[in-house]
Design a protein around this ligand. Structure first.
Ligand code: AMP
Ligand code: MN
Ligand code: MN
Length: 350
């Protein structure tokens, strides 16, 4: 999707994972902050902890720089994230909702306006420059006119933390809480292989800056609706082990998704237990959406590049965690996923 840019496309991206490439120049995105007064911060549909945490941190950074900032997402924030609203205002915009005034938009944790729902089209029509801050593979080729992309970073929130440091702006407790939420969301509470030295070093300074870790854990995981356990069992029970036990495939239909949304149950919870099954190389979760599309979430254990598989349907993400929107029925999506995973497993030599 083309985006009106005020000037040449300016991209800062890390290509490799050595130390100098880990810190691509931040100056282009900081120049963008400098040149504008009023920012709309947004991210992908169904915002997750990284998206919301990075928005929170950037909101407080821009305020500290004397700018106006508004967080407006394509969807409301889930109940488990409402602790963020103690210090940070969040809005969500449907097609007709009036937007605050802004002269620059920043996309966090994604790079395409097509992933920002109706709001994406409105941002494109607004003609303002679009900045992208993201850690997904290839995000420098998205809709940003200015990008700060580092695919070696564990979370988008970590990139915003680097901007604070570059500008010598001290981390306030609300900003630290946002960065911490980003880190735990995208590293699965420091368990995944992307939990690197930067993540642990940041975690230490964030806790020192006042993050209440148990408040975050309790808000996210200890306020479950009484029916959520039954729904968790039902969702897990849909899984099948295919391709000789190397693919765990779960398929959630519209009825289950509807009941999940009513009790704020996040069906992605089943990804981790499925990935822990011995012999499983890839986990695929197909969720039927109300618009007739299917959202697939893919997770890998070792060698299979699920980002490349998601790319078959125009999606993306990371090597070990990726997703896509599939324009087909649930049964067709499940079959297509199985076929692509089989191809990838064969290509990976097994
Ligand atoms: P999810 O399965 O939605 O948790 O996403 C896993 C990873 O893939 C995250 O980093 C997402 O941002 C990314 N992702 C999910 N869906 C898409 C999509 N349709 N296009 C590009 N990236 C995606
Ligand atoms: Mn995300
Ligand atoms: Mn992320």
């Amino acid at each position: 999707m083309a985006v009106p840019a005020t000037g040449a496309r300016v991209v800062a991206a890390a290509a490799a994972s050595n130390d100098s490439a880990r810190t691509p120049p931040l100056t282009t995105i900081l120049d963008l902050f400098d040149r504008h007064r009023s920012f709309l911060l947004t991210g992908h549909e169904n915002p997750d902890g990284d998206c919301l945490g990075a928005e929170t941190a950037l909101f407080h950074l821009l305020k500290a720089l004397g700018k106006q900032a508004h967080i407006v997402n394509p969807d409301p924030i889930g109940r488990s994230f409402d602790f963020l609203q103690r210090h940070t205002p969040f809005a969500s915009a449907r097609a007709e909702t009036p937007l605050p005034e802004f002269d620059c938009a920043i996309l966090l944790d994604c790079c395409q306006l097509s992933r920002v729902g109706h709001l994406g089209q409105r941002l494109q029509q607004s003609g303002v420059p679009i900045g992208v801050i993201d850690h997904h593979v290839g995000s420098e080729n998205g809709d940003g006119s200015v990008c700060y992309v580092d695919a070696t970073a564990a979370a988008t929130g970590a990139l915003v933390r680097r901007l604070f440091r570059q500008l010598d702006v001290p981390l306030t407790p609300p900003a630290a809480e946002g960065v911490f939420l980003s880190l735990i969301a995208d590293t699965g509470w420091f368990r995944y292989s992307n939990a690197d030295a930067e993540v642990f070093a940041m975690a230490s300074e964030l806790v020192a800056a006042g993050v209440d870790v148990s408040l975050i854990y309790d808000s996210l995981f200890r306020r479950r609706h009484p029916q959520s356990t039954a729904l968790l069992c039902e969702a897990l029970a849909t899984h099948r082990l295919l391709l000789g036990g190397r693919l765990a495939l779960a398929v959630l239909d519209r009825s289950l998704m509807d009941r999940a949304s009513h009790i704020d149950f996040d069906p992605d919870e089943i990804l981790e237990p499925l990935r822990s099954t011995e012999g499983v190389e890839v986990v695929a979760l197909c969720k039927e959406r109300f618009d007739g599309t299917v959202k697939v979430s893919l997770r890998a254990r070792r060698d299979v590049d699920v980002q490349a598989i998601a790319g078959v349907w125009g999606g993306g993400g990371h090597k070990k965690a990726a997703g896509a929107t599939m324009k087909m029925s649930l049964a067709a999506a499940a079959a297509a996923v199985e076929a692509e995973v089989q191809r990838a497993l064969e290509a990976a030599g097994g």
